[in-house]
Design a protein around this ligand. Structure first.
Ligand code: ZN
Length: 451
């Protein structure tokens, strides 16, 4: 073998570690203020009587873009909103494919489920007494939000720089199962250590660090309704507060919140700005406490999968029952019944295309996202099935309804039944196989990302 070739091989070998480092993870971040400039209607509570009157703090979207050693790119977004609606999700997916070549599986649009954000297009229309002017504001705001999300995704992709990714977990306990504990009893029950019902108090964490060791992004989740407040000030509620606190403590980092399966969990007690701040700081403290522990590094490999899985609806109640509801004084069930009575009845309603997504990062982190307001049973079930390093977050991509487990659906109540009317779907409940269908879909996307 000629010496020159040997020399070349030696160079290649010695250069290999450098290239391996280059071919690690990259991450980029960007954020934008999305506080409405007009006095718009606020999302989440049907009992509001007027539009917003100011702000406690600004509302944001925050985007983290990641790229693995093979050049596979994906984005996750945090937003101080009630939930993305189907038209917004579809518009962002279409534009991101066209402009950035991102596929649906690579796009994760999270919502903090604050009830102090604006109403979005095609989301829970029946529960709000919106007039034409308010509807126009909702449409215009939603169109602008799509543009802002796409532009912010573009900025995050343009910001990609070499990072390490690692994950860990903290915990905090202000979430209370709201189906099994009466709100006024909670302080006493907590004191006596007698709170009942399933909860998920984990705070899963994904962290991106720059080559110099500084924090670039902190992604964290918690399973608890983001509903400390029901006032008329724009606010990201406790999750918004936690993101702002973490960014103040780590000025070069972007903090992104994702909501866990908190549909049947409330932050209790509540309805006090001091409590909003307390829970926000408690969550930020849980993150900072966890950051002191060793984190598991993630190899630079990303696989993603998504399904729009068809979920079936129960049949509508008998026509006479709907007519009776529609004839009642105006409220959300009256508006719902009047609207569904006008729907064509010659064929059954279409199944709902329900988004189920999985990301696998490195060898260990499996992140499952589910659309809608998902009860905690799903999180506990999938963590049991797929292991401790599994994240299960909800309120992702499209928030179209509550997603009860089979248990909660049979028990009924708000999360199991009556919320369907609130969301405006043409049914009183999901079909009996809702949990089986979601679990089967999760099984398929998890299998895909494991390949
Ligand atoms: Zn909710």
């Amino acid at each position: 073998m000629p010496h020159r070739l040997l020399f070349a091989i030696a160079i290649l070998v010695s250069a290999a570690p450098l290239r391996a480092q280059d071919a690690g993870w990259k991450a980029g971040t960007a954020k934008a203020v999305i506080t409405p400039s007009e006095p718009m209607w606020m999302a989440g509570y049907g009992s509001r009587t007027k539009p917003a009157e100011g702000k406690l703090h600004d509302l944001y979207i925050r985007v983290l873009a990641i790229q693995d050693a093979n050049g596979h790119r994906a984005i996750t977004m945090a937003s101080d909103t009630l939930g993305m609606s189907q038209p917004i999700y579809e518009a962002v997916v279409a534009a991101s494919d066209k402009q950035f070549g991102l596929k649906r599986a690579d796009i994760m649009l999270n919502a903090s489920h604050t009830h102090c954000g604006p109403v979005l297009k095609q989301a829970l229309y029946d529960i709000y007494p919106l007039d034409d002017k308010q509807r126009q504001l909702v449409d215009a705001y939603s169109a602008k939000l799509v543009d802002t999300i796409v532009a912010t995704i573009g900025e995050a992709l343009a910001d990609l720089e070499p990072v390490t990714l690692s994950h860990g977990q903290g915990q905090t306990d202000f979430a209370v199962n709201r189906r099994t504990n009466r709100e006024p009893d909670v302080p006493k029950l907590r004191e006596d250590n007698q709170l009942l019902g399933p909860v998920d108090h984990s705070v899963p964490l994904l962290v991106a660090k720059r080559a110099d060791g500084s924090l670039k992004a902190i992604v964290f989740a918690y399973a608890c309704h983001n509903t400390v407040m029901d006032f008329y000030q724009w606010s990201g509620d406790y999750a918004g507060m936690a993101q702002l606190a973490l960014e103040a403590r780590h000025p070069h980092a972007t903090a992104l919140f994702a909501m866990g399966c908190g549909a049947d969990q409330n932050p209790l007690p509540r309805r006090d700005v001091a409590l909003l701040k307390k829970y926000g700081l408690q969550l930020a403290d849980a993150v900072d406490e966890a950051l002191k522990q060793p984190f598991k590094p993630l190899k630079s490999r990303l696989t993603t999968a998504v399904e729009l899985t068809p979920l079936k609806l129960d049949p509508l109640p008998p026509r006479e029952q709907l007519e009776k509801l529609a004839a009642a004084p105006e409220n959300y069930s009256q508006r719902w019944a009047s609207r569904v009575l006008k729907l064509p009845t010659d064929k059954p309603f279409a199944d709902y295309p329900y988004p189920v997504q999985a990301w696998k990062l490195g060898d260990s982190l499996l992140w499952i996202t589910l659309g809608g307001e998902v009860v905690v049973d799903y999180s506990l079930q999938f963590k049991g099935e797929y292991g401790y390093d599994t994240w299960v977050t909800a309120y992702a991509n499209d928030v179209m309804a509550y997603i009860p487990s089979a248990r909660v659906r049979i028990e009924g109540g708000y999360e199991g039944q009556s919320s369907m009317m609130v969301y405006g779907l043409p049914a009183e409940r999901w079909a009996a196989d809702v949990e089986d269908r979601v679990a089967a879909s999760v099984g398929r996307v998890v299998k895909k990302v494991a390949e």
